[in-house]
Design a protein around this ligand. Structure first.
Ligand SMILES: [Zn+2]
Length: 365
């Protein structure tokens, strides 16, 4: 080696030694990492440090990069051997880095898979068993009672024509009863039914008469939501049409219903009322299930709770369903499922039943 190559050769040696000093702590992973020597977190940290080490010792500003620039400056006769020395040193550094990196990478991947695999010795997560909504529970209780009295359960459409929602129920265009029963309309002139009474007509048209059926379902009114109103709520409609049906049958049926729902001591009370689709009509009350008529908070200290509306089916309604009112008579009634629910559970706000807050619903399991 001539004098011109001595100093550059020294620089290459210095660059290699500087790398080896820093690489020393990665040397154990050069050729594999044993599983219990490291945690996943430590390995991830080391991998980041290794990337920085590579940038420092092989990048454009590294010592070995400066050595490459000296190749052109050494004497011509030393240039080939010096160039080789620089290349071999660089290759050695890159090889060390690559092998340590491979080993760490492999370790990290394996450790991650293990972390994500299932530890069968851990306690399981307890499944939360669901239960039916309080409105559904109430509907089922009501259905059970009427099915045992020989009634069929009818289900029908919620979107109706004006005919079924109003006309067939003896509420012609311009009738004042259309007002409190105002509902929502589609742009095609269909209405969301404002009472389950629509099913009376469908059922009589489909089954003919005599008929005994109840129709639980959703109904809609143009009401502003407040603690006692909601634009969507649930009703049960009841209809019994046969030869010789009288008001006595209506009273007997509803008395039996409240006996089975609230207990045999429950009394009923009928107050004259008006509905376009029944004549005569009556509001039905039952004696408070909590205080037995003595007066309490639930019955607002009256001793009575309103069940719903009822009456003898108007001849016009029978005619609309092609039933001859000279031959057959019938009674009908309707009651609110959610209202009954709210009374029984003493809810101050009926909207609680529709908000589907699990903290609320969970109390009814
Ligand atoms: Zn009471």
């Amino acid at each position: 080696m001539t004098e011109s190559a001595r100093e550059p050769t020294q620089q290459v040696a210095t660059a290699r030694e500087a790398f080896e000093r820093e690489f020393e702590r990665f040397a154990p992973f050069w050729g594999g990492v044993s599983a219990n020597s490291l945690t996943l977190k430590q390995a991830e940290h080391l991998a980041r440090e290794l990337t920085e080490l590579r940038a420092r010792h092989t990048g454009k500003k590294s010592a070995i990069a400066s050595c490459k620039k000296l190749i052109g400056r050494v004497a011509a006769e030393d240039r080939a051997s010096f160039g080789q020395l620089v290349q071999q040193t660089e290759a050695g550094i890159v090889k060390s880095l690559d092998e340590a990196e491979q080993a760490l990478k492999h370790f990290i991947e394996t450790a991650r898979v293990e972390r994500e695999s299932i530890d069968v010795t851990l306690p399981g997560r307890r499944p939360r068993p669901g239960h039916l909504h309080p409105i559904t529970l109430m509907r089922q209780r009501i259905e059970d009672i009427f099915v045992s009295l020989g009634y069929a359960v009818e289900d029908d459409r919620e979107i109706e024509t004006d005919f079924y929602n109003f006309d067939a129920l003896n509420i012609p265009e311009g009738h004042p009863a259309r007002d409190p029963q105002d509902t929502f309309y589609t742009t095609d002139g269909f209405a969301l039914r404002s009472q389950t009474s629509t099913v009376q007509i469908h059922a009589m048209q489909r089954r003919g008469a005599p008929v005994r059926m109840i129709a639980p379902g959703r109904v809609f009114r143009r009401d502003t939501p407040d603690p006692t109103h909601n634009p969507m709520f649930f009703q049960v409609e009841g209809l019994c049409v046969d030869r010789g049906i009288t008001m006595a049958h209506l009273k007997g049926t509803l008395a039996e219903f409240v006996h089975r729902l609230f207990g045999p001591e429950t009394k009923t009370r009928f107050r004259p009322s008006y509905f376009p689709f029944t004549e005569p009509s009556a509001e039905v009350d039952y004696s408070c299930f909590k205080c037995a008529g003595q007066g309490c908070r639930i019955c607002k200290f009256s001793g009575w709770i309103e069940l719903g509306g009822s009456g003898m089916v108007h001849p016009n309604v029978l005619r609309a369903a092609s039933v001859d009112p000279e031959q057959l008579t019938g009674f009908a009634f309707g009651l609110g499922i959610d209202r009954t629910c709210a009374r029984i559970y003493q809810l101050d706000d009926i909207r609680l039943l529709f908000e589907n807050d699990v903290r609320f619903l969970g109390q009814f399991s």
